[in-house]
Design a protein around this ligand. Structure first.
Ligand code: AHR
Length: 312
């Protein structure tokens, strides 16, 4: 009898749906909102109970959310870390509670890598490099002054996309960054910072290209360029990262030139890694890298349509 009871209990425990808590950064960009939406869909597909906490761009809110997930005893915690540092104490608490942590789309700096189980992200240095190499080739032997709109200060992606781009343009000595400032990954800040760049650079006449760490800031910049009476995409080239529908629309109108795609589906591979981990306490890979395709105006229409059909 005792054996039968324990087998039944075991089966019931196995059948219970997994509960995952997700500390999401916020909704600063079209890409971020798509990630939230896709994550919910991926959880649903797998019958996982998914709890999302919106941190409104603040690390302190993320830390509170993680602590709350720990006290609820969830099966796993997903974090899209707004900044790279400051995570050790709360991750230590998750480790002590034996709750695996998965990072989505951004990385962290910790001395002990066992503080998280796996990460799903792009190679963000490579993304910047692809953007820089594209521009270096595009401008040929023409002098090109670039203004850079950086992402959130202290985020792994802003640090890496800056580094990668500088490396990419180094292939052409005529391309140089003349101004660089954070636009916090938002459309409104991207526009505001671009307006100040335009004012400072002879009403934009001294600017050959804008490199934005995400499409939303690029879209804000396009608006600022148009309001200054200049033509984005031709007088000022526009290159960015994400591949959201609005940037493809701008490409279709000739107002943006290139983007490096970042899939919003980070949660799907993380759920699969969690399911594997639940079986035997291991994950197939610690770093699950997503693809980074360079996309140009020639395929913008088909990219736009395919994103729309995915419900992006
Ligand atoms: O971490 C991924 C970045 O965060 C995306 O490129 C950006 O749009 C978002 O806000």
């Amino acid at each position: 009898i005792a054996l039968a009871v324990s087998a039944a209990l075991c089966q019931a425990a196995q059948a219970a749906p997994l509960v995952v808590g997700f500390s999401q950064i916020g909704s600063e960009s079209g890409w971020r909102s798509a990630e939230t939406k896709v994550s919910k869909m991926e959880a649903e597909k797998r019958g996982i109970t998914f709890k999302i906490a919106d941190a409104q761009q603040k690390q302190e809110n993320q830390i509170k959310a993680v602590r709350s997930f720990i006290s609820q005893g969830v099966d796993a915690i997903f974090i899209a870390p707004v900044v790279a540092t400051g995570w050790t104490p709360v991750l230590q608490e998750a480790k002590e509670a034996k709750i695996p942590v998965f990072l989505l789309d951004r990385m962290i700096e910790v001395n002990d890598p066992s503080l998280y189980t796996a990460a799903v992200a792009s190679d963000s240095v490579y993304e910047g490099k692809v953007a820089g190499q594209w521009l270096a080739k595009e401008v040929g032997d023409k002098e090109c002054n670039v203004v850079e709109l950086q992402g959130t200060v202290g985020s792994s992606v802003a640090i890496n996309r800056k580094k990668g781009f500088a490396d990419g343009i180094s292939e052409n000595g005529k391309v140089k960054i003349v101004r660089s400032q954070s636009g916090d990954f938002t459309r409104s800040k991207g526009k505001e910072v671009m307006e100040s760049f335009i004012k400072a650079e002879q009403n934009g006449k001294n600017i050959c290209a804008v490199y934005a760490h995400n499409d939303d800031m690029a879209i804000g910049a396009i608006q600022a360029i148009k309001e200054a009476g200049l033509k984005p995409g031709s007088q000022i080239k526009v290159v960015s990262i994400d591949g959201v529908p609005d940037i493809f629309k701008a490409m279709m109108n000739g107002e943006a030139n290139a983007t490096v795609e970042l899939t919003p589906n980070m949660a799907g591979p993380a759920f699969d890694a969690l399911i594997a981990w639940k079986k035997d306490g291991t994950v197939p890979k610690k770093f699950i890298q997503t693809d980074s395709r360079l996309l140009l105006q020639d395929t913008a229409k088909q990219e736009f349509e395919s994103k729309k059909s995915l419900g992006y």
